[in-house]
Design a protein around this ligand. Structure first.
Ligand SMILES: Cc1cc2nc3c(=O)[nH]c(=O)nc-3n(C[C@H](O)[C@H](O)[C@H](O)COP(=O)(O)OP(=O)(O)OC[C@H]3O[C@@H](n4cnc5c(N)ncnc54)[C@H](O)[C@@H]3O)c2cc1C
Length: 537
């Protein structure tokens, strides 16, 4: 029952990413956190791997044997190591629980199917024996998308299986005429890019979780990458898919657009494993860019920068590939060197990063167009340095979160979106809610996904941990969720619903919306085994 092949294995079990890349906070930064935010080292050190507590395996041995008969002995794991590494996702509350040695949500077993047929067979078996199944991609959910409800009104299950899709990791085919590639869902983003690069292609999907998240997770949680202005969101890229459900298989998508009724792709995009398991994706691909150029612009304030972004998003010409604007606080923190964090002040304005990817001629053309708009909107060109600095550090922030947690700071992110006319109101409402709930935290925000009609807001919060950091963040998150709902934002632009946003999502879609989702769930998954407790109000 041993196999090194799971999606989660190279990931730090209690934090983010490759343990070799973990970085201690320099002493001067610790001092500054203490002075600015009152951060103190936590009273209790983080649990070691050996100290983690997890419940006994609930699945009876004959069921484990039946699962092994489908996928092979070595692809069913009920050892502590596999179970701990498949416990929850990577939100800050998830990490705080693991750091406290709490793996009470561990699945009973980790099952690694090697094909669509094996996925379908596992679902049939689990439906027959009322075993909850949690599809597991990269395990980077930040909304409680990987915790199955075992009991209560949602539960009463024989046990819980994490269905790790890491073995579904092939590039199945490339159609260079249609510019579509068929890829399996367990591929992590870098693996997928590597396979496509060999054909001179790219997906262009680079979320901050890029190093670990999978294609299936991107589709199931409607992910959006840092280059969404140019390449689009992940759901824009999905031309078709194969889905295994307990009731059978669906093949969806046979033309770029269709008038043949409602688009069933939309039933599964964002379905977070509650309706079926995506076993294959037909994705729109682009030619790998010859040139990648990033640059910085300064604006007097967040409102001025946002207005400039709106003009770029609403112009006829294609916008930059990457567009992100930090508010005054995020700009100040980002520009400061660790040693002069307190000295930069709030007068640094706001930093906008514009990135251009494509052929040499295309990049030059779009750069000139964007520069004309940005200058007219009051922007000051800062050259390539801030853009290159952003590009180099774009995947490193999650490692910093681990160091901040260890130092005694609570750090977490949340995001929303709305139409342009409502953006200032939503920004103020969420900031005020976070400030009100946490006293004097650092609240930073950026806009990094823009559309002709609106944009997303992404908040990062840093505050001193109290004796009950989970309760502290739960209160702040509740306040922010209420503010989002009341100010007319969506509860998520790209993290999804999971368990954490279920209540707010119910408010967003109303009673009838909830009924529709329950109807779909009942049809596709009558035994209710698929990721019980997520998404459906
Ligand atoms: C540090 C950090 C940074 C992040 N940055 C971004 C970002 O920039 N943009 C962004 O969009 N998100 C971001 N996220 C959130 C997360 O990475 C995304 O939600 C991503 O889409 C999840 O992919 P995954 O493979 O890890 O899925 P998982 O976390 O394993 O699963 C997510 C959900 O999808 C379901 N699921 C997974 N695979 C399948 C499948 N094949 N079929 C059906 N259901 C499935 C799971 O059951 C779960 O409910 C970030 C998360 C972290 C921790």
């Amino acid at each position: 029952m041993e196999s090194p092949l799971t999606a989660a294995e190279p990931m730090l079990w209690s934090g983010w990413g490759d343990p070799a890349k973990a970085a201690e906070l320099p002493a001067p930064v610790r001092d500054l956190l203490a002075q600015l935010l009152g951060v103190r080292a936590p009273a209790t050190p983080a649990a070691t791997f050996g100290e983690v507590r997890l419940p006994p395996v609930a699945l009876p041995p004959p069921l484990l044997a039946a699962l092994a008969a489908i996928v092979g002995d070595e692809h069913v794991r009920a050892d502590d190591d596999a179970r701990i590494r498949h416990t929850r996702g990577k939100s800050t509350p998830d990490l705080l629980l693991m750091r406290a040695g709490d793996a009470s949500d561990a699945p009973d077993a980790v099952v690694l199917p090697g094909s669509h047929d094996e996925v379908a067979a596992v679902l049939r078996l689990c439906a027959e024996h009322r075993v909850a199944v949690v599809p597991f991609g990269g395990g980077t959910s930040v909304v409680g998308g990987l915790v199955a409800a075992r009991c209560g009104s949602e539960g009463g299950f024989t046990g819980v299986v994490a269905l790790d899709l890491a073995r579904l990791n092939r590039l199945v085919s490339v159609d260079p005429v249609s510019m579509i590639a068929e890829l399996e869902p367990g591929l992590r983003a870098p693996q997928a890019e590597q396979l496509l690069t060999a054909h001179g292609l790219t997906l262009g999907h680079f979320p901050q979780s890029y190093e670990y998240a999978t294609l299936g997770g991107f589709a199931a949680a409607r992910s959006s990458g840092q280059a969404s202005a140019g390449y689009g969101r992940f759901d824009d890229m999905v031309a078709g898919m194969t889905v295994a459900t307990p009731r059978g298989t669906l093949e969806i998508g046979r033309a770029p657009k269709s008038a043949a009724g409602p688009d069933l792709r939309q039933v599964f995009l964002g379905s977070e494993g509650a309706f079926g398991v995506i076993t294959s994706l037909r994705l729109r691909v682009r030619r790998a860019p010859a040139v990648r150029a990033y640059e910085g612009w300064r604006f007097a304030g967040f409102a001025e920068g946002a207005a400039a972004m709106r003009r770029l998003a609403q112009q006829e010409a294609p916008p930059p590939t990457v567009l992100r604007l930090s508010d005054e606080t995020e700009t100040m923190v980002g520009l400061a060197k660790p040693t002069d964090l307190g000295a930069a002040g709030r007068d640094s304005g706001c930093l906008l990063v514009a990135g251009f990817e494509g052929s040499t001629g295309d990049v030059a053309y779009r750069r000139d167009l964007a520069a004309a708009v940005l200058v007219e909107a009051g922007g000051v060109h800062l050259g390539p340095e801030p853009g290159d600095a952003w590009a180099q550090g774009r995947f490193s922030a999650p490692y910093l979160r681990d160091s901040l947690l260890a130092a005694g700071a609570t750090v977490e992110t949340l995001e929303t979106a709305c139409f342009w006319s409502n953006l200032p109101r939503l920004y103020d409402a969420v900031r005020l809610a976070l400030l009100g709930a946490l006293g004097s935290p650092l609240v930073m925000c950026h806009i990094s996904h823009v559309y002709a009609t609106g944009a997303s807001l992404y908040f990062t919060v840093v505050t001193a941990q109290t004796g009950d950091p989970l309760g502290q963040w739960a209160a702040a998150k509740r306040a922010a969720n209420e503010a989002i709902v009341q100010a007319g934002g969506t509860i998520s632009h790209h993290h999804g619903v999971g368990r954490d946003h279920r209540e707010a999502y119910a408010a967003e879609i109303g009673d009838l919306g909830g009924e529709i989702l329950r109807g779909v769930k009942e049809r596709l998954d009558p035994a209710g085994i698929l990721n019980p407790g997520v998404l459906i109000p």
